[in-house]
Design a binder for this molecule. Structure first.
Ligand code: UD1
Length: 388
């Protein structure tokens, strides 16, 4: 009997943590033939290869090597190359995760070939259509056959959009599965990297990379001023995404930061320490010991909620409302006064998540694959029927 052929897609950094636990589950079940596609949306070792290593992921079976480009060119190029992969493998199911361009491109390609799509982390909505990710989420959910939600807001959003109940599965958060799986490893790691200079000094950790915060020089300059003010309370480790780093030279305070003495012998108040993108385990360790996160990342809002670390989100909205409801995450925009006030409260203690979101228990991927097992009948013919 032919196995159920599954193509799982990763492309950009946040996809790796969401997909790794699913790949592990698929590999345990003999009825699935599991193949991994890496679109190459992220391609630097620090943005891609080190995550495969830290998460124990198998090498991709197909590398599409698309690289960076405008949204239209990148999306189109992924579609062209992924269609060839689909024609070769003839999958019975395509699994995509999150909200990056690779998610959108591969969902559209699959559904136009008549291949059902499973979307991990479906239903999240910021209700801000100026975010490229919001468009990717809405389009992917509108074509997916199996929609796996991480929090109850996702399920409600999908119902409101008219998605049938039997397509929606509230399973929890596979990114938290990765965190649970890897967290026990961080204390066994050799004490190298930035953590070696911390020595009990309280510090903040920051990552900022949203186009709305870094592409406009005025906005980025405000972000750096905020980090400068925050560093007067406790030193700041600023882990920079390539998008952010590429833009720092274009603003005065960013230029100053790039030229500052970055020797990491010890950490001092009043200073921002620029760090390159960090490997997953290294970042987890630095996050777990920090006083607070200042971020515009989606995933970090969830990880801090799970770890009960205070998180200030430098945005005006979030697609992850459970993180706010539980009290550990606060939307602060780029309002410096509010941010400093929050950081002072955090330093005095008494700020943090009041609980763990339902089903964020390290077993979401098992639930996903159980659903797929029950919903995907063993194929009777070897070729899915293309549309049209
Ligand atoms: C993408 C996702 C975003 C996610 C982020 C996580 C989309 C629309 N956005 O944004 O949702 O939060 O990944 O990191 O899919 N670059 C490198 N090396 C790399 C990759 C990128 O130098 O390995 C640089 C390039 O200059 C590129 C820029 O970063 O132009 C932006 O990369 P891109 O993948 O277009 O978007 P991200 O900002 O990374």
């Amino acid at each position: 009997m032919r196995k159920i052929h599954i193509l799982s897609v990763v492309g950009a950094r946040p996809n790796f943590m969401k997909m790794a636990p699913i790949l592990r589950q698929l590999s345990k079940r003999p009825e699935f033939a599991s193949y991994l596609v890496h679109t190459g949306q992220h391609y630097d070792d620090a943005m891609s290869r080190v995550f495969f290593r830290d998460l124990g992921m198998p090498d991709a079976d197909f590398n599409l090597n698309v690289g960076s480009a405008s949204h239209a060119v990148q999306t189109a190029e992924i579609m062209k190359r992924f269609e060839e992969t689909c024609n070769q493998v003839k999958p019975d199911l395509v699994i995509v995760a999150g909200d990056v361009n690779s998610t959108l491109a591969c969902s559209l390609t699959a559904v136009k070939l008549g291949v059902p799509v499973a979307h991990i982390e479906a239903g999240l909505r910021s209700f801000d259509r100026s975010m490229p990710e919001e468009i990717n989420r809405i389009v992917t959910d509108s074509v997916a056959a199996h929609l796996f939600t991480t929090e109850e807001s996702g399920t409600h959003n999908l119902r409101r959009e008219g998605i049938a109940d039997d397509k929606i599965h509230f399973v929890g958060n596979t990114m938290i599965d990765s965190l649970v799986h890897c967290y026990k490893l961080i204390d066994e790691m050799p004490l190298n990297g930035p953590i070696r200079v911390v020595n009990g000094t309280p510090y903040f950790l920051s990552t900022i990379h949203r186009p709305s915060n870094v592409d406009d020089p005025n906005q980025l300059s405000r972000v750096i001023s905020i980090l400068e003010s925050a560093s007067e309370i406790a030193p700041v480790f600023f882990v920079t995404h390539p998008r952010t780093r590429n833009r720092l030279r274009s603003i005065k305070n960013g230029d100053r930061l790039m030229d500052a003495d970055q020797s990491l012998d010890r950490i001092n108040r009043g200073l921002i320490y620029l760090l390159p993108p960090l490997p997953y385990l290294e970042f987890l360790r630095l996050m777990s010991k920090s006083k607070a996160l200042l971020t515009d990342s989606g995933g970090i809002q969830e990880e801090t909620t799970f770890l009960r670390i205070p998180c200030l989100t430098l945005r005006n909205n979030t697609e992850r409302p459970i993180t706010i409801e539980l009290g550990g995450n606060k939307l602060v925009g780029l309002d410096c006064q509010t941010i400093i006030c929050c950081l002072e409260q955090i330093m005095e203690g008494g700020w943090g998540s009041r609980g763990t979101p339902p089903l964020w228990d390290g077993h979401a991927a098992e639930r996903v694959v159980n659903v797929l097992q029950s919903r995907c009948p063993l194929p009777t013919s070897s070729t899915p029927t293309p549309l049209g």
